[in-house]
Design a protein around this ligand. Structure first.
Ligand code: NAD
Length: 248
């Protein structure tokens, strides 16, 4: 059964002034990309906690890269789903909008979102372990070469993603700080277990500044008790209804 959308909230989606959006792995689940903490969260009996860390990489860069190569192959097949596309449409008619995502899959941009802060980096970028130099997709050979892949100078490359225990990148953090410096009227928290303190902190800050806080998630999280509206529906179903259908 479809959840009823309250009229007051429908109005808020019509012509929002400033929309702050936080997304997690759940928004990409309907594109076929597995979440971390959901079913099938383990990969060859290793947990992401073990693989997605500087220690895990140092212990076994080959194993870590095999995991990322497999994820890259899966993500390359994936397409943005109706949830991603609805957010891109909302940006088109919002005064200003920022999508801060924990996802490394690049699907928000592919769907047409322009103002995106990738707080956990991107699976399509790599970084030289020795110099920190960053490479875009296509600049260095990742697939079909040695595993782990190397820079032209022969240095070890790592995925340019944020691993457990690492700092968030400055650029995306500043994007978020700048955006929240002016009060948003709508804040959407979508498909994230909100396991990281900064996700809750940003959502609380948006709400304190006057935003209506909406959570979209299949399961309860620490955001749920703070939210003005909660939708326990797949984001690919409820977002098009909140934003309006394609072409509409
Ligand atoms: P998570 O796996 O911890 O939580 C996902 C949440 O989404 C859960 O609360 C789940 O109930 C909900 N969910 C699942 N399917 C949904 C759907 N169709 N609609 C709405 N909600 C749905 O993910 P997270 O909070 O993003 O956390 C952690 C880390 O996982 C991040 O660091 C992120 O970088 C990484 N990650 C990214 C990807 C990706 O890039 N797509 C995939 C897996 C993990």
């Amino acid at each position: 059964m479809e959840t009823r959308i309250p009229e007051a909230l429908k109005q808020q989606f019509k012509n929002p002034r400033r929309v702050f959006v936080l997304t997690g792995a759940g928004i990409s689940a309907e594109s076929g990309i597995p979440t971390f903490r959901g079913a099938g969260g383990y990969w060859r009996q290793f947990s992401p906690m073990e693989l997605a860390s500087a220690e895990g990489f140092a212990r076994n860069p080959k194993l870590c890269w095999e995991w990322y190569l497999e994820r890259r192959a899966g993500i390359r097949q994936a397409e943005p789903n109706p949830g991603h596309r609805a957010l891109a449409r909302l940006e088109g008619r919002a005064g200003q909008m920022l999508v801060a995502t924990q996802n490394i899959d690049g699907l928000h941009r592919l769907a047409g979102s322009r103002n995106v802060a990738e707080i956990h980096g991107s699976i399509w970028r790599t970084r030289c372990l020795a110099t920190g130099r960053e490479y875009e997709e296509g600049e260095v050979q990742i697939e079909g070469g040695p595993v782990p892949p190397l820079t032209p100078e022969g240095n070890l490359l790592r995925p340019s993603v944020v691993w457990f225990g690492e700092m968030l990148p400055q650029g995306p953090l500043l994007q978020i700080e700048d955006f929240l410096a002016e009060p948003p009227d709508l804040a959407l928290v979508i498909g994230t277990s909100a396991a990281f303190g900064y996700i809750i902190e940003w959502a609380v800050r948006a709400k304190r500044r006057g935003a209506t806080l909406v959570e979209i998630n299949l399961d309860p999280t620490d955001i749920s008790p703070l939210a003005d509206y909660v939708f326990r529906e797949p984001s690919g179903q409820i977002l098009p209804r909140l934003v309006g259908e394609e072409g509409g």
